[in-house]
Design a protein around this ligand. Structure first.
Ligand SMILES: [Zn+2]
Length: 245
């Protein structure tokens, strides 16, 4: 269906507006062609300049399920992949460090010999789940007739990956509250085996994933006909190198 990444589509309805002057409306839905111009996609703060401050601004912009922020996302692979790695790494570190403190105490995970391999394992699992999500949304996009290229799926998953970190932070705060309640009220929620601990652990695994998935869904829908940066005809190789694994 719509697999040519160089074709300019109306970003609202997917109609080809390649030949349309920029001030004309889309013949299908009436949206001005200028609003689908690839030049509108100037990039998220992180895409414009990866760094700590731009990471924080990007995280705050995307984490609360806003859909309009996706209109500025540049459709590309590499910088978004860096964002995915950053978010998943932070989520893995915080998850392992805070969980070993909350659930394990000092005796179970006494040192870095255990924490560092655990962080690596959590990072790899979450990173590959996220990459799997990219394959998944490309698969379902083909069935919908949407143009989710590998660049689109990478940009969507990269920006949605803040959901992993947000879910981990939210659950960490919740667990901290439960621990405080235990101490103040004298309950033994973690040790009594009455299901509270099980529920907490289940929520601890599910909520970060749901947060991530919901952000992916919003971004994926919003970018279903997103236009890729226009190619400059100068010195463009005939086929881009494919080193995706
Ligand atoms: Zn349209």
């Amino acid at each position: 269906m719509r697999h040519d990444p160089n074709e300019i589509l109306c970003e609202a309805c997917g109609y080809s507006i390649d030949a349309l002057p920029t001030d004309a409306p889309c013949p299908e839905c009436g949206r001005p062609a200028s609003e689908s111009s690839p030049s509108r996609r100037t990039g998220s703060p992180w895409q414009q300049q990866p760094g700590f401050r731009t990471w924080a601004r990007t995280a705050l912009a995307f984490v609360f399920w806003r859909s309009d922020v996706w209109d500025s996302v540049r459709i590309e692979n590499d910088v978004s992949r860096g964002l995915l790695i950053t978010n998943v790494f932070l989520a893995a570190v915080i998850y392992v460090v805070l969980r070993t403190v909350s659930f394990g105490g000092h005796e179970i995970y006494p040192d870095l010999m255990v924490s560092i391999p655990l962080i690596v394992v959590v990072f790899l699992v979450v990173f590959h789940l996220s990459r799997l999500e990219e394959i998944g949304i490309r698969f379902f996009a083909r069935r919908h007739g949407w143009r989710t290229t590998s660049e689109v799926s990478s940009a969507v998953v990269g920006h949605a990956s803040i959901g992993w970190l947000a879910g981990v932070l939210f659950m960490s705060a919740l667990i901290a509250v439960v621990i405080v309640i235990e101490h103040v009220a004298g309950y033994g929620l973690f040790t009594r085996g009455d299901g509270v601990l099980f529920l907490l652990i289940a929520a601890d695994l599910l909520l970060p994933m749901l947060w991530f998935e919901s952000l992916v869904y919003i971004g994926w829908r919003r970018t279903r006909y997103a236009n890729h940066p226009t190619q400059t005809p100068v010195a463009q190789p005939t086929a881009p190198p494919s080193n995706r694994g």
